[in-house]
Write a protein of this length. Structure first.
Length: 127
């Protein structure tokens, strides 16, 4: 059986990842709340969670390997190139609010395709 290839993760997201997270969060929350969450993300530590659990908590589907950005990230994973950690806003089951993937949805999907049980580098922000 072939050994599964795990993603290599950078220590921190890139500045462009935080900017993309802010853009996305601005669609989900007021601009003021989005800015506050993005600022928290810049200060939050990078932790690890299992790839399939992140998708389950977000209620988002697993994108296929034929999706352009997933394919690009999967290629990076197979070449052993590090990819940026994802930025997420913690969900709350008591409020029926799923985990929000503010930046990195395609990277989580690529990591799942490589090995759904692999650890993903995550910047997790509480709401």
């Amino acid at each position: 059986m072939a050994k599964k290839k795990h993603a290599q993760w950078k220590q921190r997201p890139e500045n462009t990842d935080y900017e993309a997270a802010l853009d996305y969060l601005s669609l989900q929350f007021t601009r003021s709340t989005a800015r506050g969450l993005a600022a928290k993300a810049r200060r939050a530590p990078c932790i690890e969670h299992i790839a399939k659990d992140l998708l389950r908590a977000s209620d988002l589907p697993l994108l296929g390997v034929d999706e352009k950005h997933v394919a690009q990230d999967l290629k990076r994973i197979h070449k052993g190139k590090p990819i940026s950690p994802i930025i997420v806003i913690q969900g709350d089951l008591t409020k029926n609010r799923p985990l929000v993937i503010a930046d990195g949805y395609h990277r989580v999907c690529a990591a799942c395709h490589a090995d759904e049980d692999a650890l993903v580098a995550v910047v997790l922000v509480g709401f």
